[in-house]
Design a protein around this ligand. Structure first.
Ligand SMILES: C[S@@+](CC[C@H](N)C(=O)[O-])C[C@H]1O[C@@H](n2cnc3c(N)ncnc32)[C@H](O)[C@@H]1O
Ligand code: SF4
Length: 448
């Protein structure tokens, strides 16, 4: 392992997939998409992810795939094509496969006009058998919201409202170009609850420009007043080489590795103190929340949307840049909205890259997901799932634990476990099982 200071500044993937997206390649395209979709087992529910690649404002910190648009015409034109992609997937699945979860993300789905949100919900229900108890989560930019949009989200069937907050401190908000009042945020939370939406998630960030332990803690205390069912406390990923607008955030405004770590620890302690359970590396949930229950039962999953209690093994991603996850591997749609629209209009799927998993990838995908979710994996379980193919990876895990001198991980009972001390460094430990990872060639955000 690395010395402590180097570990705080080390750059490693976030492991929302394995292999990670930089290792997807053009050898996997729309023909593979057709094959994998056609081979989906009948009756086994899948998840859908729909990407809305637009925002009516651009926050300087944002690493999401989105574009600011002040006119609505491009959004209307895009929605027509998204409807066509929904229809094309539904034709291929031919009513065999029900939908157990829908996630609407972006960008900002809430910049859609209320009537367009309702039409999109109707289109999905017309095209697929959406199960009665399907979880329907929607990412909300609170500044977009008014009563009509809240009504539209309720009509869409939203079961979880996921609100972006980031930070309430005016100085931080100015530096990230995201002005958002506590009052407007509270109005959206109350409005969602008043409409029977059972679950509320809040996104908060540490490691932002000008943030301090005190200011991040003050934001968390304000967020707690809203009594969220879940919170995501993400570390700000500063990747200006990928996201040009992040250059508006000066390096010297950013906290260093040790300060980030202190902020992460402070907000974490406050969340735990308030009765939330820690879920994976950056989520917190109330004891009765589905995420907590899944975590306690070893059923927590990690995918491109973060942590989830979703039981579906397959996620089909729709829209530009959207990633699909299959038993066989991953697919990604072309990121450019224009190119995406052209491909769908021509009657093709928009998949331009992906990766088909080898047997070894499958074992490592499971091991890394287990570490990111449970901080441990059982070698007995690995052999039950993968048979002798798991042998090499289990040997590697034993060696890693035996050579560990900083007490960050150990071999215990029949498995590999990351210790309490090692938990902040789980991404670094996961990277040891990643045969594609080379710190020198791939640039990621810092690990803590
Ligand atoms: C699509 S946005 C949420 C919905 C809506 N657009 C909003 O901003 O309120 C998804 C979330 O990703 C997180 N995020 C975006 N850029 C990030 C970055 N550079 N580092 C860490 N988290 C980031 C933010 O917490 C944000 O709320
Ligand atoms: S944080 Fe949300 S609102 Fe801001 S630019 Fe990113 S996706 Fe858009």
């Amino acid at each position: 392992m690395l010395p402590a200071a180097a570990m705080l500044d080390a750059k490693v993937p976030r492991y929302t997939s394995y292999p990670t997206a930089p290792h997807f390649h053009a050898g996997v395209g729309s023909e593979t998409a057709r094959q994998w979709m056609s081979a989906l087992p009948a009756e086994k529910p899948i998840s859908l992810y729909l990407h809305i690649p637009f925002c009516d404002r651009l926050c300087w910190f944002c690493a999401c795939h989105t574009k600011q648009t002040l006119r609505y015409e491009p959004v209307s034109a895009y929605l027509q094509i998204l409807h066509a992609e929904i229809a094309a997937v539904a034709r291929l699945l031919d009513g065999r496969v029900p939908v157990g979860a829908i996630h609407l993300g972006g960008g900002s789905p809430t910049m859609l006009r209320p009537e367009d949100l309702i039409a999109l919900g109707g289109r999905l229900r017309g095209a697929f058998e959406v199960l009665q108890d399907a979880e329907i989560s929607i990412e909300i930019d609170p500044n977009d919201m008014d009563d009509e949009r809240l009504d539209a989200l309720a009509e869409f069937g939203m079961t979880r409202a996921s609100l972006g907050i980031q930070d309430f401190d005016p100085r931080v908000q100015k530096a990230i170009n995201r002005l958002q009042s506590f009052e407007q945020t509270a109005y959206v939370v109350d409005g969602a609850r008043a409409r029977g939406i059972g679950s509320v998630n809040l996104d908060l960030l540490y490691g932002l420009p000008h943030q301090t332990v005190e200011s991040a803690s003050a934001t968390l205390r304000q967020a707690l007043q809203l009594k969220p069912d879940r919170m995501a406390l993400f570390g700000y990923a500063h990747v200006p080489w990928m996201k040009k607008h992040q250059t508006q955030i000066k390096d010297e405004w950013l906290p260093d590795g040790a300060e980030r770590y202190a902020q992460a620890e402070a907000v974490r302690a406050l969340a735990l103190d308030a009765g939330y359970r820690a879920i994976g590396i950056d989520h917190f949930a109330l004891p009765a929340d589905a995420l907590t229950l899944a975590s306690q039962q070893g059923l927590l999953r990690r995918n491109f949307q973060g942590y989830s209690a979703d039981r579906c093994d397959t996620i089909i991603g729709l829209g530009p840049s959207a990633i699909s996850q299959f038993e066989q591997g991953y697919l990604q749609n072309t990121p450019a909205t224009g190119d995406y629209m052209r491909r769908i209009e021509e009657g093709d799927f928009a998949t331009v890259r992906g990766v088909a998993l080898s047997d070894d990838d499958r074992v490592r995908r499971w091991v890394i997901e287990k570490l990111m979710c449970d901080f441990r994996f059982s070698s007995h379980e690995a052999r039950r799932r993968f048979g002798t193919i798991a042998g090499d990876v289990m040997m590697q895990a034993r060696r890693l634990a035996a050579m560990e001198s900083d007490a960050l991980c150990e071999w215990r009972n029949d498995g590999f476990e990351i210790t309490t001390k090692g938990r902040p460094f789980v991404r670094l430990i996961a990277a040891r099982f990643d045969t594609y990872f080379t710190a020198a060639t791939t640039r990621h955000s810092v690990a803590v």
